[in-house]
Structures are given as structure tokens and as C-alpha cells.
Design a binder for this molecule. Structure first.
Ligand SMILES: Nc1nc2c(ncn2[C@@H]2O[C@H](COP(=O)(O)OP(=O)(O)OP(=O)(O)O)[C@@H](O)[C@H]2O)c(=O)[nH]1
Length: 393
């Protein structure tokens, strides 16, 4: 992240920059960057806040900058990786099934970084999209501890869902701490709240984010230059150092020291969450699926994936996103030869995973005839194309 650019207002009508130009927090030390080193930006934020949407925006708007992406999914089906701008080939790698912050050691991450950072890959910047339950501090520590000479830690971006902000903070006060270590906070989903509410959220975020930049956005549309550039030596100043992170409140000063449930990890967000990955080759019936979604339990905060409604709409698969009570379907034509599968990841706290699985299994519909009227319930949750920038999906 470059310190001189953060003072610029982001482009886009609904993006409001808050606060002073990015400045170097007193507790940080300068990070000298070798020209050959590739900055690694960490993208974090609670479940469903818009990290993948922001990453896709970066990928579409990166101009000549080649971005390598590492996508960390919490569930074992890598939905996030699948929805990261199509065919990135070698420049995207996926780390599924668990939070990166709880890897036994950093070697797996190092391996991926090594792959993306080798000069032949021609990559200018690496973005790690953390799972929505990752502990940002641990990820930063892992990067700072990395011995890879080709990379340098490039800053922490925290994405916040403006519409869910209060509810998320209420359940997870840790979020305030995450804001405090960010270099850039993106208050996303500004379109879902009133102007007054957006201002109020920005004020609260600003209070916790200290001297980091805070910008509002819709669909992650921020000025790409807030996150990275190809600036020369010495510009990357101000990020946290490893030492800054040692004295954290958890007492977990040794970096990634174990898996979930291990000492030091008890206050990680994901220790209270469970996920279910569900795959079906048999199409799901629109009516039973909507009945399931309409009555989903309170603790089931996040659902994402793709649904095959079979004969009810043979042309499209339906990308689905639930975030809290928010629900959307995004129909997309099946690619030629693409396997017709339903793949869903459900993430929640205090949920009965076997019961959810049973309920989803009961949505399978073997009837060969089309239940087109059954689709009406689904179509209520399909947003008008012009209201949403689906060109970046
Ligand atoms: N209205 C609105 N919806 C948004 C915005 N940004 C993202 N979304 C929607 O929110 C849902 C979740 O977005 P993602 O980008 O997948 O969120 P995420 O943070 O990557 O989710 P996890 O990886 O599960 O934590 C999707 O339906 C997005 O289209 C926004 O600014 N406004």
C-alpha cells in the first residue's frame, strides 16, 4: 500500500474517503523494500463483507499490474476461489478447508508465495484473501516471519459490511481490534444503508482504525491505488512489524502455534463456527430450497455456492449468497460441458450441522418435469441487472 496515494479520494460516486492521508502509526517501523520484492497485501473482513467482490474489482481494474491471488476458503468446497474472476490460471492459488491463520506452520503459505513470487510468474503484487473467520494478526505475523526474499508484507485491508456492522460487533467484539491493526478499512455495502447510517459507521470505524485510511464503497469499488502500486524503494512504510504484534492480548506470541482449539486460539472468530460443505449431482427443487432458506436458523450466518435447479431452469446455474438475513441469487449460464452440480458451503455458529445436511438432502428433486412456477420464489431474490455491477463477477 502506498503512503502517498492514500490521501487521494477514491473514484466512484458513492465512495467517500474519511480521515487524513495515510500516515505512519507511531508504533510502526519503516519497512525497506528491495525493488525485487513483491508486496503481499492481506484482505480480511468478517464473513460476507465483500472480500471476494473487492478482489474481483482489483483484478478487473489492475491495469498493467499483474496480481497474484491466494484465496483461503473456510469450507472444503472452494467457493471463493471459484468466484474469483474466472480464468486466472497460474496466478490464483486456493487454500481451502480451514483458516490460514491456524495452519500448523507457515510452510504451506510459503510454498504458494514462492510459486507466485518467482520472477518467471511476472507478478507485481500478491493479494491474500483470508477466510471471513481468519485472525488478521496471525496472517500478518506469518508474512512478517516469512524468509522468502522475494516478498514483503504490503499491508492489511479490512473490509466491513456497513449493513451488518452493529450486529457483527455485538457478536464479535474482536472486530474492533481487527480495525485497529488495519492499514486501510473499506466500509463496504454503502448502497445498503442510508447516508446518515454510512456516516455513523464511518465515524465508529474511524475511532477504532486510528490513523489508517477509511473509505466507503459499494461492491468493493475502491481506488485500486489505495492498495498497491509499483512504487520504488522506500515507499512502503508504516505497516506493523512482527515485534508490534508480539504483545497481543491473546498471549499467543509465537505466531501460528496450533490449530483451532489450541491455546491462544480460543478467541479466534472461527473457534465458535462450524461449516458444512454440501454437494449434489441431483438438482435441488426450488420450492424446498426456498423453504429451507426462508426458515434458516439465526446462527447460520453465511451460505455461498452454486445451485442447479435442473429442469426448472436448465440454462442457468444460480450463484447464491446469504449474509445474515440478506439473500441473493445470481443466475449465470452454465458453461458448455460444465458438470451440473450443486455446491454449497454453509457457515454458522451454534448450528446443528447434521440437521442442516439432512434438510438440504431433502431438497433434492428427482422429478424430470419443470417446476417453472417454483422458480418464482427464487426469482424474488434475483436483483435487477442494472442495480448491481455483475460485470465484475
Ligand atoms: N448490496 C451490496 N452487496 C454486496 C456488496 N459487496 C458485496 N456484496 C454481496 O455480498 C455477498 C457476499 O460478498 P462476497 O464478496 O462473496 O463476500 P466475502 O467477504 O468474500 O465472503 P466470505 O468469503 O464468505 O467471507 C455477495 O452476494 C455480494 O454480491 C455491496 O457493496 N453492496
Amino acid at each position: 500500500m502506498r503512503s502517498d496515494e492514500a490521501g487521494r479520494g477514491p473514484t466512484g460516486s458513492d465512495e467517500a474517503r474519511r480521515g487524513p492521508a495515510r500516515v505512519v502509526p507511531a508504533s510502526t517501523r519503516e519497512v525497506h523494500v528491495n525493488k525485487q520484492q513483491i508486496p503481499v497485501v492481506v484482505l480480511t473482513g468478517f464473513l460476507g463483507s465483500g472480500k471476494t467482490t473487492l478482489l474481483n474489482h482489483l483484478l478487473h481494474r489492475s491495469g498493467g499490474t499483474r496480481i497474484g491471488a491466494i484465496v483461503n476458503d473456510f469450507g472444503s468446497i472452494e467457493i471463493d476461489a471459484m468466484s474469483v474472476a474466472g480464468q486466472l490460471g497460474d496466478s490464483t492459488v486456493s487454500l481451502g478447508n480451514g483458516c490460514l491463520c491456524c495452519a500448523v506452520d507457515a510452510s504451506e503459505l510459503d510454498e504458494y508465495l514462492e510459486r507466485l513470487a518467482r520472477p518467471s510468474a511476472g507478478i507485481d503484487v500478491i493479494v491474500i484473501e483470508a477466510s471471513g473467520l481468519a485472525e488478521p494478526q496471525e496472517l500478518v505475523k506469518m508474512l512478517l516471519a516469512s524468509e522468502n526474499p522475494h516478498i514483503v508484507y504490503g499491508g492489511l485491508v479490512e473490509v466491513v459490511d456497513a449493513a451488518e456492522f452493529d450486529a457483527t460487533r455485538e457478536r464479535h467484539p474482536e472486530v474492533d481490534r481487527h480495525l485497529g491493526i488495519a492499514d486501510l478499512v473499506v466500509v463496504n455495502k454503502a448502497d445498503r444503508v442510508s447516508d446518515e447510517e454510512r456516516e455513523r459507521v464511518l465515524d465508529v470505524v474511524h475511532g477504532f482504525a486510528g490513523r489508517a485510511s477509511v473509505v466507503a464503497s459499494s461492491y468493493g469499488r475502491v481506488d485500486v491505488e489505495l492498495l498497491f502500486d509499483r512504487a520504488p524503494v522506500g515507499e512502503r512504510v508504516g505497516q506493523l512489524s512482527f515485534d508490534d504484534l508480539r504483545d497481543d492480548e491473546t498471549g499467543d506470541a509465537d505466531g501460528a502455534d496450533g490449530r483451532c482449539g489450541q491455546p491462544g486460539h480460543h478467541d479466534h472468530l472461527h473457534s465458535a463456527y462450524e461449516s458444512l460443505s454440501f454437494t449434489s449431482e441431483v438438482p435441488l427443487g426450488p420450492r424446498p430450497l426456498m423453504a429451507f432458506l426462508d426458515s434458516r436458523p439465526e446462527g447460520l450466518y453465511r451460505i455461498k455456492g452454486y445451485v442447479d435447479f435442473g429442469p426448472a431452469d436448465p440454462r442457468n446455474r444460480y450463484e447464491v449468497h446469504a449474509v445474515g438475513r440478506f439473500l441473493r441469487f445470481y443466475p449465470q449460464p452454465w458453461a458448455p460441458g460444465e458438470a451440473r452440480l450443486t455446491q454449497l458451503v454453509l457457515i454458522g455458529s451454534g448450528v446443528d450441522v447434521p440437521a442442516l445436511e439432512k434438510d438440504l438432502e431433502a431438497c433434492r428433486e428427482y422429478a424430470p418435469q419443470a417446476d417453472e412456477q417454483g422458480m418464482w420464489g427464487v426469482l424474488r431474490y434475483v436483483q435487477e441487472a442494472e442495480a448491481e455491477p455483475d460485470q465484475e463477477r
